[in-house]
Write a protein that binds this ligand. Structure first.
Ligand code: NHR
Ligand code: GAR
Length: 213
């Protein structure tokens, strides 16, 4: 069994989608802990209700990113995970931390990378006037939102869309592609060749989803 630690900051709907898929599809993997940098993250309750260990490392109690990341790393490594999954985790991570989990840490970002890195991606998309928006699962590298891309899903931007309506449409697809990408990782289907991700041949065609509105 591969061991997965999931990091959240809030609602944790992506975490929930991964926990449910692992259970329903009987992955050769176990979610061993859910760790939040915020004590009031509502996703913690769901994780606890599923019998998953929960940990809070409150980022606001730390004066430096280095100190926070050091404790976070210590807490993660107690569970000896094969994979660390960022699921709505809202803190930028330092280079030593990211390097420690090189090739075994994934993130889902709410845009079609390389467009719209950073925060407020749905606002960025509406401001840019793009007709297609979406979400990306990628390996985490020190440079924010620039790691090798594993899977993407595209959704239309519709007339009258608000940040919220667009976020909801994107989130539906996040819950499709993130469990799929994590499953590929635990099944050993992902290989990194430099900056590019290779997926076992039979899976590659479903790594890009286009949702026609
Ligand atoms: N860290 C590294 N080094 N590389 C990445 O690719 C990372 C990362 C940490 C988080 C997720 C990312 C996203 O998907 C992620 C990818 C937080 C911020 C941010 O600016 C930006 C991108 C992401 C996550 N956070 C503020 C900060 O100062 C705090 C914002 C808040 O607390 O609400 O850390 O979008
Ligand atoms: C998701 O849309 C995720 O892509 C995004 O936050 C939401 C978390 O939802 N992540 C970021 O913006 C990272 N900076 P969830 O907590 O319900 O999974």
């Amino acid at each position: 069994m591969r061991k997965i630690v999931i990091l959240i900051s809030g609602r944790g709907s992506n975490m929930r989608a991964i926990v449910q898929a692992a259970k329903e599809q009987q992955w050769p993997a176990e979610i061993v802990a859910v760790i939040s940098n915020k004590a009031d993250a509502s996703g913690l309750e769901y994780a606890a209700s599923m019998g998953i260990a929960t940990v809070v490392v409150a980022s606001r109690d730390f004066t430096s990113r280095e100190a926070f990341d050091a404790v976070l790393q210590q807490e993660i490594d107690r569970f000896a995970p094969d994979l660390v999954v960022l699921a709505g985790f809202m803190r930028i991570l330092t280079t030593p931390f990211v390097t420690h989990y090189s090739g075994r840490m994934l993130n889902i970002h709410p845009s079609l990378l390389p467009s719209f890195t950073g925060l407020a991606t749905h606002r960025q998309a509406l401001t840019a006037g793009v007709r297609i928006h979406g979400t990306t699962v990628h390996f985490v590298t020190p440079e924010l939102d620039h790691g090798p891309i594993i899977a993407q899903a595209a959704v239309p931007v519709l007339p009258g869309d608000t940040e919220q309506s667009l976020a909801e449409r994107v989130l539906v697809q996040e819950h499709v592609i993130y469990p799929k990408a994590v499953r590929w990782f635990v099944e050993g289907k992902l290989t990194l060749e430099g900056d590019l991700v290779h997926i076992g041949a039979e899976s590659t065609e479903s790594a890009g989803i286009a949702c026609v509105g």
